[in-house]
Write a protein that binds this ligand. Structure first.
Ligand code: HEC
Length: 498
């Protein structure tokens, strides 16, 4: 029988390569019903160690192949041969171990899929790289060598990618850049924590606005402006209200409506804030007076106003209190910002997502469902209790949260907006939310809310908007509650999901 040159080894390595490739490609086809038993589970645990071999070996092979490719002696050649074959074996071993690890644990998600397939790609590329290299050695045809080298290079790129992804899986996606992100974050924090010296504080932005925020904004903000007056910005104040009276006349506080209203006797009908609500402090009223007197300039500083003796006396006693307030606000904020990344990781494990709330200048966080959603129950919320003051917005669309779970939400003192659309609540738990001092918006659409429980909304102190589309409430009751609530609007609309 006549032998064709190299037919024997060629078909043997050929069959082996095809077989190994098929095994690797068909791994995901093994039914999840099959139990691998403890030995293979055990082998799977070695994946994190084994993976380092193909990474190092393949990159070494690339290096030696290109560095010493054209002039290597017999020793160099045998080292290179070893590198090639061990790169291949270790890649196959890493994929198998990785597969067993995957099967023994509860891994899931897109990341794990791409990681698996990039690992398989590395192994398959190496198998065929070695195969064509053997071919080149037998035939000395240049094209086999070129093909082999191309596959090696591709495998090198893929192994780097797979390795990076594996790192992301074990250490979180930002593992590599985290120290840099943290450094930037910390520096920003430092810049923000320096308390401005009193003289350079802006009278309007640093002193008057926070005072209005405390006492007036509930009724005079951009969304809900009593008498069409928005006191949340300088422009809003200048624009004035329904009466068309000028709010600020530079130099003439006695004729400026903004000052007039807070300077009346508290019993007066037009005194602001009305109905015995917490008023401005005397020092703040004085400051408002002197600020208008000095021209009501947005960029005026306290230092300049304090040249006036009367105001200086007032402010001298007020400043320590002011500084203390500002400092404690900043300290709390700092604490929240520092713990943020840890909280975000914990939430991720619980199946939720935490992000800084841009609208609060990242002082607070938003909490929302992941996509695709995980099962979120009352217990999940209980676990977040240590962070109860961190959240300004919570969106639990479609969560398995019940009325009992509202107890935990009721502890979140900084909550402004709460979306419970499609959750399992009937509404009696809304009683837990009635003391939330900042809750402005609640969405209860697509829940089992009924007329009786809707009445709890009457007790919410600063509610502005509630959505109750597709619930058991009747339009008549919605109308009555809506009319009864002076500052809030209750509607049968679906509302936002975020
Ligand atoms: C509880 C709700 C509420 C709070 C809090 C409140 N206001 Fe008012 N404000 C009203 C209502 C209602 C009106 C319209 C009736 C009126 O003119 O008295 C009004 C009207 C005004 C007007 C007149 C607007 C115009 O059209 O000329 C001014 C000025 C004003 N408020 C200033 C303030 C200031 C300053 C504060 C904080 C110290 C404040 N308000 C707090 C409810 C409130």
């Amino acid at each position: 029988m006549r032998h064709t040159r190299g037919a024997g080894p060629r078909s043997r390595t050929g069959m082996g390569s095809i077989l190994l490739t098929l095994i690797l490609l068909l791994l995901p086809a093994v039914s999840t019903e099959v139990n691998f038993g403890p030995t293979l589970d055990f082998l799977g645990r070695f994946h994190p160690i084994v993976v380092h071999f193909p990474i190092v070996l393949i990159l070494c092979t690339v290096f030696f192949e290109w560095m010493f490719g054209s002039f290597k002696g017999p020793i160099g050649l045998s080292i290179l041969n070893l590198l090639y074959s061990w790169s291949m074996y270790s890649a196959v071993a890493a994929v198998l171990a990785g597969y067993f690890l995957f099967r023994s644990g509860d891994y899931g998600g897109d990341l794990i899929d791409t990681h698996f397939w990039s690992g398989v790609a590395v192994a398959v590329l190496m198998i065929w790289c070695v195969h064509f290299r053997k071919r080149y050695e037998k035939t000395h045809r240049w094209r086999w060598r070129q093909l082999s080298r191309a596959l090696l290079l591709l495998s090198g790129v893929t192994v780097a990618f797979a390795g990076h992804q594996g790192g992301s899986l074990t250490h979180g996606p930002d593992f590599v850049v985290e120290p840099i992100q943290k450094a930037i974050h910390d520096r920003n924090l430092q810049e923000k924590t320096v308390l401005k010296n009193p003289a350079s504080q802006l009278v309007f932005r640093d002193l008057l606005l926070p005072a209005f925020d405390r006492t007036c904004l509930k009724c005079h903000n951009a969304q809900n402006a009593k008498s069409d007056l928005d006191l949340s910005t300088f422009a809003g104040i200048e624009a004035g209200g329904k009466s068309l009276k000028p709010m600020l006349i530079p130099g003439r506080p006695e004729e400026s409506e903004l000052f007039v209203r807070v300077n009346l006797p508290p019993k007066h009908d037009e005194y602001m804030p009305p109905d015995g609500k917490i008023p401005l402090k005397d020092a703040e009223v004085d400051l408002l007076y002197h600020w208008i007197k000095a021209g009501a300039l947005e960029e005026d500083t306290l230092g300049r106003l304090m040249q006036n003796d009367t105001l200086r006396k007032v402010m001298d006693s007020y400043l320590p209190e002011l500084a203390e307030n500002q400092l404690s606000r900043q300290a709390q904020r700092l604490e929240r910002m520092k713990t943020g990344p840890r909280l975000a990781r914990m939430a991720l494990d619980l199946g939720l997502e935490v992000r800084p709330d841009e609208e609060t200048d990242s002082a607070y966080y938003t909490l929302s469902m992941q996509f695709p959603p995980k099962v979120i129950t009352d217990e999940t919320l209980a676990k977040l209790l240590p962070y109860k003051d961190y959240f300004s917005k919570v969106s639990l669309v479609g969560a398995d949260v019940t009325d009992e779970g509202l107890y935990y939400l009721g502890q979140m003192s900084n909550l402004q907006s709460l979306i419970l659309t499609k959750s399992c609540i009937k509404g009696y738990g809304l009683a837990y939310l009635k003391d939330l001092p900042k809750l402005k918006m609640i969405n209860l659409s697509h829940t089992d809310l009924n007329d009786q429980n809707l009445l709890f909304l009457n007790q919410f102190p600063v509610l502005q908007r509630a959505y109750v589309f597709n619930t058991f409430v009747s339009p008549e009751v919605v109308k009555v509650v809506d009319e009864h609530l002076e500052n809030a609007r209750i509607t049968l609309e679906e509302g936002d999901y975020y």
